[in-house]
Write a protein that binds this ligand. Sequence first.
Ligand code: WQD
Length: 355
Amino acid sequence: MAKRVLVSGGAGYIGSHVSVELIEAGYDVVVADNLSNCDMTCFEGVKKITGREDIPFIKMDFCDIKAVENLFDEFKIDAVIHFAAFKAVGESVAEPIMYYKNNLESFMNLIQVAHGHGGCNVLFSSSATVYGEPDELPVTEKSPRQSATSPYGNTKQICEDILRDSVNAYVTGDSTVHIGSDRPGPIKGIALRYFNPIGAHPSALIGELPRGVPNNLVPFITQTAIGKRDCLNIFGNDYPTPDGTCQRDYIDVVDLAKAHVHAVRRMLEGKMENDYEVFNVGTGKPLSVLELVKAFEKVNGLSLNYKFAPRRPGDVVAIWADPTLANEKLGWKAERTTEQTLASAWAWEKHLADK
Ligand code: WQD
């Protein structure tokens, strides 16, 4: 029988791409989402792409522990990938308690209930933000984590720690904190540290759906190209980088989704070398804001209205991954080219405009 993977926050941008790749790899998927930051567009897209009308969708909030218990009572879950979280850096600075409550409580509920239902393999969606402004580039998993510069970034670090500590504590499967059954079991965990996920599925049926004015670069670019925004501000052109603009490691969302399938397989097939593991998920190649803008213009045959603007507070100058560990241990490598990725982002924006 196919193993079943719970995707919390599975109706969102990354969760929907991961659901597609899991299904295409032969896993059964249960999607759970409270739709607080998305609608059903991407979940409908997942059904269309995979041709699977029968994917269970549970509208629920992971902060509601009773709902989490009901979910684990109803489905036998072999692995869970946890995306359900708030993710806007600026908003987290304005509303720290909302972020800590939501992002930490939901994850603790999940682990506690999973532990009480025979144990589970837990994959946490972490972020390169844990490295802050790195002293050395590229960053490896051994590079030190730096103090978070936002409550959002801090929740990523704390959730990594919650997972690591739970794995260590519940390794025998026994404890008194489990909820919901008399058969507590071990937790195993992987944290994937994403660099900058961009792009959309080649079908253009799922992609990023930012609410309001996008904070992230690529949605701002595509919205400017389509005419929803007047002009892209490039935040800072006096950084100590080759062209003066910040450098990032932009990872195609489908490549990123595939990394999750490899990580889930590693857990389910008992291939983990430690019960808690961390992997960078990036391309290993830095790209500057200006290089990305130029590549977008070239591949899509258009010219983008942009101007240089002051630096954005809180931005790191440059960060990119050393993805060697994921390449070797997960057997995963980013495959899509920047051109393919930027073409897919534009196709998705046009798809939205046609709707
Ligand atoms: C990339 C580059 C900007 C918008 C953030 C979070 C991180 C994460 C991903 C989220 C930077 C520049 C951007 C614009 C610009 N996790 N930029 N004009 O800041 O690297 O990472 O998103 O869930 O935790 O911090 O990504 O896309 O916002 O910015 O010039 O209108 O583009 O200054 O150099 P970032 P980003």
